[in-house]
Ligand binder design. Sequence first.
Ligand code: ATP
Length: 314
Amino acid sequence: AWRPEDDETSRRGATGPVKVHVPAKINLHLGVGPLRADGYHELNTVYHAISIQDELTARRGDTLTLTMEGEGTGVLALDETNLVIRAARALAAYAGVPAHARLHLRKQIPLAGGLAGGSADAAAALVACDALWGTGLTRDELATVAAGLGSDVPFLVFGGTALGTGRGEAVSPVLVRPTTWHWTVAIADAGLATPSVYAELDRLRDAGAAPTPMGSPDRLLGALRQRDPAVLGAALGNDLEPAAVSLRPELARVLAAGRSAGALASIVSGSGPTCVFLASDAGHADRMARDLTAADVCRLVRTAHGPVAGARVG
Ligand code: ATP
């Protein structure tokens, strides 16, 4: 077997464990354009990284292995289909090093929740293995490898608040004075498969039963600059929401419960079924979390803030 001392690259890497934290994402604006020839929809989105996190620890090993605890344990396959393994292999191939690591995932981001948990784990694996192997890629190089793994993965390498175009993989930061936004997050019992939500939106659009696509995020970007949660709340929007609600009608009750709890805005996160509620401050987010828990409309209620950094060591 290959040993760390066998080549120069590995001697630059870490000898001890490397721990990486990675956030979940929500979309403050998710504008879904037409279906492209390659099967993806053209997106205009504003990504926002929030403080619900997964943790990935990487240690030296003779092969590539993955273990996990937390959300999805026993359900999520830990084989070559897992995005953590795919990301480690993609980085090894890009950098020309052996894909040898023992990886352990502590998962808090729910599966198929519309919070991009799988993409987050892929981003975490890139950052963790880059440090473990001493491959020393820049964030932009990591984002290039990330784009081959999934549309949301580049954003989770950067974090913060960022504009996403193309199929979401072309990311540029939104430059605004930093403001912390507070959220209450309602996590559902079971996930929704992202492709089925896009297919449902296509069906609704073909039937003339979907709202006009939102298009550009200019209004949302203007609202971010005003730093007023009520203004931001009025500008949040998600073209996928009617499709998610159509597939999962009880989401209408979750969104209504958020409004009753005093949310400045209630939206489905990405392809759902997670719903997010904008609060005016941290105390308001806590009070909404209490009310939503009492309303008993979902599996788990959490509070979060954003923006937070992308995948990072430590
Ligand atoms: P998005 O918001 O990007 O649509 P999501 O939050 O709805 O994502 P994920 O949990 O990211 O959904 O992943 C969806 C599917 O990807 C899972 O059901 C699973 O089959 C696959 N997958 C592969 N690796 C992972 C991983 N490490 N964590 C979660 N899902 C993974």
